[in-house]
Design a protein around this ligand. Sequence first.
Ligand SMILES: [Fe+2]
Length: 260
Amino acid sequence: MIDIHCHILPGLDDGPANIDFSIAMARAAVEDGTQIIVATPHVRRDHKVDPAGIPPAVDALNAQLEADKVPLRVVAGAEVGWREAADMTGDELRDVTLGSSDYVLLECPYGKSPADIEGVIEHVRAAGLRIVLAHPERCPLFRGDLDRQVAIVEAGAVTSVTAGSLAGSFGERVQEVAFEMLERGIVHDVASDAHDHLHRPPRINVALHEADLALPGVSDHAPWFAVTAPMAILRGEEVGEPPRVARPRRTPWRRVLRRN
Ligand SMILES: [Fe+2]
């Protein structure tokens, strides 16, 4: 599998504090079936990550992985805050794409205040780049207005949902939105958005199997969500139409059970 959203670089943002913890994350990822991770530290005012520091940190981590015989390759990327992206030049944006592709991983806002996401996307596109929306299912602005997200996807953006959202780790509401997105065919990629090896681990496969409990069969699509789509993204290719996963019908007794 390929994980295009993972905070695995040590000491840069709110990911692992040191390289030992990065290696622990790498081992957890390998155990789960991941072979490639895109390191995506926050490029956001509150984290003060210098994008120029990302490629050397990736090289150092790959050297340590090789020395420790951990079969994982890390490539450079970033998770760019939506506000920060609006202020970046084309060259600055090109420096923080996923791998050597032309896709920018754009962090969606977590607040409820109005945000001109479409304007930011347009700004990135004007630089000749493409968009992967990071965990839109966790963005309150889309929750009550999924049509807005559909419109953004129809205009060419692809989405990357957090595996834990499908498993229910971010609550029932976020899980419901993620399931609705699956039903409407607007989930292209599933990534870990891991920050450590314990609480938010890089285990896409495990999370998809946990999600099977609420949405039976969703893990059958792991090859698309965690191989086909991320591979297309890293190659800078068009991501095709993703599978649609229908939600099971809610029976009244099931609603009662969920309430308790
Ligand atoms: Fe993230």
